[in-house]
Design a protein around this ligand. Structure first.
Ligand code: MG
Length: 385
């Protein structure tokens, strides 16, 4: 991890609170370390703050998460890692104290679980610090509000005076550090603005942004994750005498068959590679090495089932598969429905999620000469959450 730059004063630094909960073996990753739109949530937050002008980040992480955080933040810019405390309050204070040597003029305090920070929000916050020691982004409340007593409705609340508070919150560094160190309120201050307010610091309100919403696993997070992934597969097997011909798990009567380890079902092999590709799980040769005797005579349906279960273990179901079989002979048309049905069965999807096409190469090349059969597939996976 890069260290703080040793020369030049720092104007704007940021504390990112990613302390959430500890990393325990067998537990799912805390959401700030999970992938969202192709990158860990924390990395999004870090990149956005750096892009908005933060010259130094102090990331507050859970106990035991150093290696993880290092990997996630590699190349993000100057970063200090600090282990968090019992409460968010303790974590923020630890982060602010870790910046004492760098002593920035201004500091942003941000939740790692808000990955999308528009730079304009930071511009507004920093501008407001010219006249105030603190500034926070807020949004109006659009729904009508009531107070609640148990399950009974109480009085109408004055929506016009209410605001939703977001992060990053911005402060003059020395002021917010002193406010945190002096805080004697409850151990869980709602946010840093409350700590600042309690210390008598004026906190300006600037326009927030809906994109700053906090991700939760239950809904936003699942929708923000990569919902759809696509993979391609391609395979070729040689045609030889005295072999059975299997395509898509269907035995096809023909005077030749495909040669290869397992049953040489070139169509299923292309499909397996497409699924493995979409799942980010390498290729068929890595999972079913020809050198491993257990796969030598295995029906290729087992490879398909294994690929589907690998995808499922990563939280994905098969969306659809499109397969093209490239050969001069045999004719695929008479077997197309059987192939489609068998492939759908192996994948555990409806037949209309599977498409089987056939083409020739106009008698050109090895397929045109009838020396082999090629197959090409695309698979789409859909997030289960
Ligand atoms: Mg193959």
């Amino acid at each position: 991890m890069s260290q703080a730059p040793s020369t030049g004063p720092i104007r704007l630094a940021a504390v990112i609170v990613a302390a959430g909960k500890g990393l325990r073996a067998g537990q799912p990753l805390p959401k700030q370390f999970a992938l969202w739109r192709g990158k860990p949530v924390l990395r999004h937050a870090a990149d956005r703050l750096v892009a908005a002008g933060a010259e130094l980040l102090c990331v507050v992480i859970p106990e035991g998460a150093d290696a993880h955080a290092h990997a996630i933040l590699e190349g993000a810019g100057p970063v200090l890692l600090v282990t968090g405390g019992e409460t968010r309050q303790d974590s923020v204070r630890a982060g602010l104290e870790a910046l004492q040597q760098a002593s920035p003029d201004l500091v942003l305090i941000h939740d790692a679980a808000r990955p999308d920070c528009p730079p304009q929000v930071v511009e507004r916050l920093v501008a407001a610090l010219a006249d105030n020691p603190g500034a926070i982004p807020v949004l109006p409340v659009v729904d009508s509000m009531v107070t609640a007593h148990a399950d009974l409705m109480g009085d109408k609340a004055a929506r016009e005076t209410l605001r939703r508070v977001q992060t990053p919150q911005a402060f003059r560094y020395a002021d917010i550090l002193a406010a945190h160190q002096a805080w004697e309120g409850p151990s869980t201050a709602g946010d840093d603005a409350q700590v600042a307010h309690a210390a008598g610091l004026a906190v300006a309100l600037v326009d927030g942004d809906e994109r700053l919403r906090k991700l939760t696993f239950a809904d936003d997070f699942g929708q923000g994750a990569s919902m759809i992934r696509t993979g391609t597969g391609f395979d070729v097997h040689r045609l030889g005498e005295g072999e059975e011909l299997w395509l898509c798990g269907v035995r096809i009567p023909h005077d030749k068959g495909l040669v290869g380890h397992s049953d040489a079902d070139v169509a299923l092999h292309a499909v397996v590679d497409a699924i493995l590709g979409a799942a980010g799980e390498g290729d068929i040769g890595q999972h079913f090495p020809p050198s491993d005797p257990q796969w030598r005579a295995a029906p290729s349906s087992r490879f398909v089932e294994h690929a589907v279960s690998l995808a499922a273990a990563k939280g994905y179901a098969i969306g659809n598969v499109d397969l093209a079989i490239i050969c001069e002979a045999p004719k695929i048309g008479p077997h197309r429905d059987a192939m489609r049905g068998e492939l759908a069965r192996l994948l555990g999807v409806q037949a209309d999620c599977v498409n089987v096409k056939a083409t020739t190469t106009e008698r050109l090349g090895f397929t045109g000469r009838g020396e082999g059969i090629a197959a090409q597939a695309v698979a789409t996976l859909i997030a289960l959450s």
